[in-house]
Every structure is written in C-alpha cells, then in structure tokens.
Design a protein around this ligand. Structure first.
Ligand code: NI
Length: 210
C-alpha cells in the first residue's frame, strides 16, 4: 500500500529540482535571445554600431585587399560561401538586382562577399561564382585566422556542420552591411528584403537622394 509513503519521496524532490533547473536555464536562454535582438535593433537605430574594421584578405584575382582600398566608396558586405545552396546565392542575386535597379550611380557601391569557407573558396572558386552575379562583385578569402578575425569584427557567426560521409556545410548569419566611404557602419539589410526595398534605402543612405 502506498498510504505510508512520505508526501515527497527523495526522487520527487530531485525531479522538482531538475524541472526547476530546466525552467531557469530556459528563461536565461530566452533572455539571451532578447538581448541579442535589442543589440541588433540598437545598432540599426543609432547607425554608429561597432561593426566592421580593418581587414587584410585576398580577392578573386589573388590580390591582397584591405579596408583602405574601399575608402571613398560604399561597401555592401555580405558573409557567405559559394557552396551554400540557398541563402547566399539568393542574397547575392537580390543585391545584384538592387544595384542594377539603381543603375550607373551604383558604381560607388561595391558589393563584397567575404567567404566563411576559406578552405574551399579560393580565388579560383570565387571568380566564376561572382561573375554570375555581376562584374562589380568583389570576393574576399584568406586564412582561417584572417576570416575569423573579420567575421568577429562584423559580429558574424559561422560554424562548420559536418554531414554524413565526411562532407560539410556551414551555418552562418546572413546580414548585409552597408559601410560608408569612411569605412564605418551605416545600416544593415536582411536577405528577405526585396531588391526594390534595398535599392530605395541605398538611394537614401548611400547616394543621399531623398
Ligand atoms: Ni549561405
């Protein structure tokens, strides 16, 4: 009979403690999410976010490029990789369409893909890939350390995900950063924005049109 059992046997207390711990860690996790969202909104609103900075990388022609080479022009910086099946090619196509829509005035805006997969994205891989989006695209690669440093400067997350069979893909954040002629962060866009919306904002934020 179970009548003689204590109200809360020790395993019951353990279970309650465990559920409590899961609840608390879940709440902390959520809190982290909220903070991240608030930080990214703050950066968009103030336009003075601490995003970007010096880099030294190799372009698709094998030439070493630094942030100084882009001073005087705007950069549209996107992190991705050529093996990406969906988000990256879609984003590059959207940027290409937005710049085409602006026309010749967009020559002062340089779209830049910085690879998060430097092991596979050599200059030889980047060159034909980017040509399919336009001759104005600059692709940048480097050593694993150089890529880690520039991703860190732009607050970009990326992670190798191993597939079965020894192959791999990457998870990565997909923000598009507009950097000013002084190399400083201006604003950012998301890959789900239309070419129209990006073009309209670029006219305002980069070309000073009202
Ligand atoms: Ni991608």
């Amino acid at each position: 009979m179970s009548h003689s059992r204590p109200f809360l046997p020790s395993y019951g207390i353990a279970a309650i403690l465990l559920i409590g711990a899961i609840f608390v860690s879940g709440a902390l996790w959520k809190l982290g999410d909220v903070r991240e969202i608030q930080l990214s909104q703050a950066s968009v609103q103030t336009g003075v976010a601490n995003v970007g900075g010096p880099f030294s990388l190799i372009d698709q022609d094998g030439v070493r490029r630094t942030e100084k080479d882009f001073l005087g022009r705007h950069m549209l910086v996107f992190f991705g990789f050529t093996y990406c099946p969906d988000v990256c090619p879609t984003t590059l196509a959207v940027l290409s369409a937005a710049l085409n829509e602006i026309g010749p005035a967009s020559e002062s805006i340089v779209p830049v893909l910085i690879t998060v997969d430097p092991a596979r994205d050599t200059p030889e891989t980047l060159r034909p890939y980017l040509l399919s989006f336009g001759s104005n695209f600059v692709g940048l690669t480097g050593t694993a350390e150089e890529i880690a440093a520039v991703a860190n400067a732009y607050h970009v997350y990326y992670e190798i995900v191993e597939n079965e069979g020894g192959d791999y893909t990457l998870d990565h954040s997909a923000a598009i950063y507009l950097m000013g002629p002084d190399g400083k962060f201006v604003t950012n866009y998301t890959p789900n924005m239309s070419p129209d919306a990006i073009a309209a904002d670029l006219r305002k934020s980069a070309l000073g049109e009202s």
